[in-house]
Design a protein around this ligand. Sequence first.
Ligand code: CP
Length: 328
Amino acid sequence: MQTGFRGKHLISLQEWTKEEIDTLLDVSFDLKKKFAMRERTPILQDETVFLMFFEQSTRTRNSMEAGITQLGGHAHFLDTSNMQIAHGESAKDTAVILSSFGHAIACRNCFWEQGNKYLRELARWSRAPIINMQCDLYHPLQGLADLMTIQEKFRNTERVKVSIIWAYATSHKKPISVPLSQALLFPRYAMDVTLAYPKGYELPDWAIEQAKQNAEENGGSFRITHDQEEAYRNADVVIPKNWGSWVTNQSDAVVDDLLEANRHWKCTEELMSLTSKNSIYMHALPADRQNEVDDSVIDGPHSVVYDEAENRLHTSKAVMALTMGGRA
Ligand code: CP
């Protein structure tokens, strides 16, 4: 088991070995059990994590804040519009200063073609670990919680059929970071992954190539379809979720002709009836109810969305415990 993570940045799970991710999961399960038993876990007594948000958040912010409290430390919530970043202060200066005050910097910056670069610039200058709370390309904390949830429901993930499916939404133009992280991660756990979307919602070519390579190296499979029904048929796990057409159309506009032409990409009971008997419905949340998914599905017997969201707490705690504490 790999254990020496102190100071290690988490920008994407692809940069962590499978053995390292296994340790993150082991610790997540352990912390979940301890939390259920009301066992105290003051692993990061008096340590500080800075939480920098360029965008809104419910799950990520609160799982990190509650998580660090439960580990004995403290979080500073930083709305970047109220920081000197708003006046142009550099990532370098921000990283050097904050990392001299505390023990980790976590950041969410989803601006297309900027977010990941910003996080990597923080990592270049920070003396403390950088934790990616979602960027334009990756959402490792979500990917980890999703994997934990699938492991809880299926135990052995080998040959589990997972369909990552584009869905219609008008709430906002969502980043590609959730489906991209899932597409890279699940084949490493020998799952049979189907990525389904209407033409125009491609993920970057390099990500598709990497997902295929991950499948080849780990005994999983990866394929793409533009047929929604095919993606649901016999699937064990379905993850219908919207993402924007960032790769082909970089405008911020939420509603456009391409989106409107695909209103029928919605998770319904009829589509769920095509899935395997014990299939699960997952969504990172927030869901655009009635657009991405019918209430009867997200509130129905296949749905595990609240378990998935709860696992954000346990996995965030594991990431902080190992990167801020742990061994060098
Ligand atoms: N899934 C997720 O990252 O949720 P928030 O945007 O609420 O943090």
